[in-house]
Design a protein around this ligand. Structure first.
Ligand code: SAH
Ligand code: SF4
Ligand code: F3S
Length: 482
């Protein structure tokens, strides 16, 4: 290849490689006399799901056809490493793929995402899973086409994992799962270093996109029919902050950048956007201004995901969460005062090192006091490099299991009671899909993120309609359109 013709600038460079891959795929299609397929499997959070839409956009552009079957010719696993079981899941899947690949010599297996940022994982893949073809991390997903082409040329394992996120390439094709709702990255990475969490190590330093870039993307989405956007960041409340880095020390520096509440106001101004959601809010820097904007802007959904992690101030301190049980409860009181009908959801970790029964009872207590609409509960998992992994008083497995089941019971009780509070109300519901079990029903979400099933046909998908919530079935409703 004549290197002089390869564009240096992005995204031109990637479009150039997409074209080369397109040619190569056409040849393969002719040779096989059939379409060539891909399957993207996503583990992990909304960030990863959104990244997968970018991967699919590139593969579609190249000419692959999407199927939901791991027998596809091009299989990608977009991995998560938040807990150990996420890792084990991947290795399980890979064992299965090996057999499929033996039957299809054209099959390409590609691994990407958070787990690939860990050096020991790359070593394991190189030694135990030699049938893998392409590996890359979280910082260069935009390069998929270039890496596919490199694999095609070199015909051996291509590994490109970058340590830092030094550039963001936008304006590449994406394929949205839903035509009417979409995630929008407003920031990347995380600077919080909660002591149990691996995200800052695998997603790199926190960096906000400019408001201009974000608004431009939201306007483009609105024009193409998107009604609901979900603004994505590990901690959206620190959107716009600037930092100075001195070796391991991170300090915030003064700036007059647009803040998160200001960004929300700008997003709400975009014509065509009818609902705005965001994820995730760290309680330590949820501002009064944010509460005010949420109360004032009708487009912002009355739902706040506010991970508490633990109800014990002692554990919260060890977790480096930078709030206390009391300050969290005060924050909740303030939010409920300004937005009385808001739905609050949370994440909770059980069995953090050194958690005593008394600490755990504080967690139970905070669940009773806050009365969450939904709570995602996790058993603490030791992650390499994190400070908590080196703490010596890890909790006994049997004790954790017992606490976890007590917490789950309480959480289920509280959230089904909370869900009942909408009984008989009429709510705007964004219809997302035809019901999988009964195709005379459609399924959608209220502003508060409550799931509702009601009689209706496929034409309603993507529409916001008024629905009476007739019958509460635990965590969801059966309703009727009015
Ligand atoms: N940025 C988000 C969380 C992203 S990770 C926030 O700060 O809220 C999603 C959830 O996974 C976390 O809220 C936490 O509850 C859980 N989690 C993270 N690390 C974990 C670990 N090592 N063990 C168990 N759960 C963990
Ligand atoms: Fe992890 Fe804490 Fe960052 Fe959330 S805020 S991603 S829990 S380090
Ligand atoms: Fe998992 Fe990475 Fe998200 S570790 S939770 S996919 S940021």
């Amino acid at each position: 290849m004549d290197n002089n013709t390869i564009p240096v600038m992005e995204p031109d460079r990637q479009y150039y490689y997409m074209n080369l891959c397109k040619q190569q795929l056409l040849d393969l299609r002719t040779k096989l006399n059939r379409s060539v397929t891909y399957c993207v499997t996503t583990f992990g959070c909304q960030m990863n799901a959104h990244d997968s839409e970018k991967l699919k956009g590139i593969l579609d552009e190249i000419g692959y056809e999407e199927i939901e079957d791991e027998k596809a010719d091009f299989v990608i696993y977009n991995t998560c490493t938040i807990r150990e079981n996420a890792n084990l899941k991947l290795y399980g899947h890979l064992g299965h793929l090996k057999k499929i690949k033996q039957k299809n010599p054209h099959m390409i297996i590609c691994l990407c995402g958070c787990m690939m940022q860990e050096p020991h994982v790359i070593e394991t893949i190189k030694t135990k899973y030699k049938f893998v073809d392409i590996v890359f991390g979280t910082h260069n997903i935009y390069k998929l086409a270039e890496l596919i082409y490199k694999h095609y040329e070199e015909d051996e394992l291509v590994v490109e994992v970058l340590e830092k996120n030094d550039r963001y390439v936008e304006n590449l094709p994406t394929k949205r799962k839903y035509s009417f709702k979409c995630g929008v990255n407003i920031m990347y990475g995380c600077n919080n270093f909660c002591s149990y969490c691996i995200v800052p190590y695998v997603r790199g330093r926190e960096k906000s996109r400019t408001p201009e870039e974000i608004i431009c993307e939201v306007k483009r989405l609105a024009k193409s029919g998107v009604k609901e956007v979900m603004l994505l960041g590990q901690n959206v409340n620190s959107y716009g902050k600037q930092y100075a880095y001195d070796n391991d020390k991170i300090s915030e520096v003064e700036s007059d950048n647009v803040s998160f509440p200001e960004l929300l106001r700008l997003v709400c101004k975009v014509d065509g956007i009818q609902r705005v959601r965001f994820m995730t809010s760290h309680p330590k820097d949820l501002s009064d201004e944010l509460i005010k904007v949420m109360a004032e802007e009708p487009k912002i959904c009355k739902h706040l995901h506010l991970p508490v992690q633990s109800g014990s101030t002692e554990i919260l301190t060890k977790m480096n969460r930078r709030y206390t049980k009391e300050s969290y409860l005060e924050l909740v009181t303030k939010i409920r005062k300004a937005i009385p009908d808001i739905a609050l959801t949370t994440d909770i970790i059980v069995g953090f090192p050194g958690e005593t029964e008394e600490n755990f009872l504080d967690t139970m207590d905070i669940v009773e006091k806050v009365r969450y609409d939904q709570a995602f509960t996790f058993i603490y998992s030791k992650r390499s490099k994190t400070p908590a992994a080196a703490m010596d008083n890890q909790v006994d497995e049997a004790i954790i299991k017992d606490r976890f089941s007590r917490l789950l019971q309480l959480v289920n009780k509280v959230s089904s009671e909370q869900t009942k509070r909408f009984d008989g109300l009429v709510k705007d519901v964004l219809v997302e899909e035809i019901n999988h079990q009964d195709n005379s029903l459609v399924t959608g979400k209220t502003d508060e993120n409550v799931t509702v099933h009601f009689k209706g046909s496929g034409e309603l998908v993507g529409e916001i309609v008024k629905v009476k919530l007739n019958e509460c079935r635990g965590f969801y409703y059966l309703g009727e359109r009015i």
